[in-house]
Design a protein around this ligand. Structure first.
Ligand code: AMP
Length: 386
């Protein structure tokens, strides 16, 4: 995949090449086609994902034709630093287009900004407060606006800018393309999106963060007491479908046998088992034939199981990322749906942990805290199972 697929004007491709971009980032692959087609867009992406170019390239393409020296695209962003970064990206990518850009933010004199606005630029990158000052003083005329970008919307909300953003919305034409980018979607941002966008396409890049519906508990315990504690937790908890992670396949086998002897329906998933055995374990666990599956990270890689009520990290994973992969991620965003409000999810996507950390999961406790063993940690959904 490369940038040719977007059929950008050669003058823009010149900028893409000069910036050294060879391959679009995931958010660019997802966002650029619908943005070029003129759709409104909700993008779930953080700084660092390449989201700036994801909205700048379609803006440049759109503005190549049509009037010059009037504000046709406005990017509203929370901080000066972001405004300057966006401005830099526009200059770099748009260097062959002749399109002009100005930044508007507080803490610097108004006059140069006034001048830029009077002379006429096609793209404005603005922080909300100072832009409103210019609107109120009649310096900024937004009646010819075609594209509005609300960048880092959750941060604007955190910084108390939403009233200002709403006022800005009242000054821009109703007929426009609007793109909203945010890393998270608190209710206020969903409301803003509902107000500002029409039939938006949602695009997202996966962000590793724990599923919001999972609650966590940590039990510090000596190594030799882990099995006893696990049994006790199972006894006291209404745990109908439990996935237990161990560091080694031998430990997975041993624990599975111990739990079986205690009367549980248990299967094990690790790389000492044949492919058929592994598939049977997984199918049986999915279907509820087994209440408990004991697995290593490596064997659990790539599996996708719904309706798990509890995950027990018998051995603590070696990284936060591996932990998140074990207990389940909020991956709605990766599928292009809003991350919040999200229905409680029982789906655990277990992947990559082993790929990223081959031979994974030496518990930090072993190397760091002497023989004090890593605690089994039970993670269970806060909400009750449907
Ligand atoms: P952003 O998330 O927009 O702040 O971009 C993060 C960094 O990635 C910036 O330094 C961009 O110049 C860079 N970048 C954006 N898109 C690409 C790409 N397709 N290839 C390489 N670097 C990129």
């Amino acid at each position: 995949m490369n940038f040719d697929q977007f059929n950008l004007d050669p003058r823009i491709m010149e900028g893409v090449r000069a910036a050294g971009y060879a391959v679009p980032t995931p958010i660019q692959s997802a966002a650029i086609p619908p943005a070029l087609a003129g759709h409104d867009l909700i993008g779930t992406a953080q700084t660092g994902t390449g989201k700036t170019a994801a909205f700048v390239l379609p803006i440049l393409q759109r503005l190549l034709n049509g009037p010059r020296r009037r504000a046709r695209a406005l990017i509203v962003t929370p901080t000066r630093e972001l405004a300057e970064q966006i401005n830099d990206t526009i200059r770099a990518l748009g260097q062959g287009t002749g399109l002009r850009c100005a930044t508007i933010y507080g803490g610097v004199p108004m006059a140069p900004q006034e001048r830029a606005l009077r002379e006429g630029v096609e793209i404005l990158v603005a922080c909300p407060g100072r832009l409103l000052d210019h609107i109120d003083q009649g310096n900024a005329k937004l009646d010819g606006l075609e594209v509005l970008v609300l960048d880092e919307a959750d941060r604007m909300f955190d910084m108390g800018f939403l009233p200002a953003v709403r006022r800005i919305l009242s000054h821009v034409p109703a007929r426009r393309q609007t793109m909203l980018f945010s890393a998270t979607f608190p209710a206020e941002i969903e409301q803003l999106a509902a107000q500002a966008l029409r039939n938006p396409k949602r695009v997202a890049v996966g962000i590793s963060r724990p599923a919001t519906t999972v609650s966590h508990a940590l039990y510090p315990v000596a190594q030799h007491l882990k099995t006893g504690l696990t049994l006790e937790l199972l006894k006291r908890t209404d745990a109908h479908s439990v996935l237990i992670f161990t560091r080694t396949k031998h430990r997975a086998s041993r624990l599975a046998h111990q739990l079986e002897r205690a009367g549980y329906r248990v299967t094990a998933l690790h790389s000492n088992r044949s492919q058929n055995q592994r598939q049977a374990a997984l199918d049986g666990f999915r279907a509820g034939k087994y209440q408990i599956m004991v697995a290593t990270d490596i064997a659990a890689r790539g599996i996708d199981v719904e309706r798990i009520s509890h995950v027990i990290n018998y051995d603590i994973p070696d990284t936060a990322d591996a932990y998140i992969h074990r207990i389940g991620r909020t991956d709605d965003r990766a599928r292009g749906r809003p991350a919040n409000p999200a229905p409680p999810r029982r789906r655990l996507r277990l992947r990559r942990a082993a790929a990223r950390h081959p031979g994974a999961a030496r518990p930090p406790a072993r190397s760091g805290a002497g023989r004090r063993a890593a605690a089994p940690g039970a993670a269970r959904p806060a909400a009750r199972s449907p």
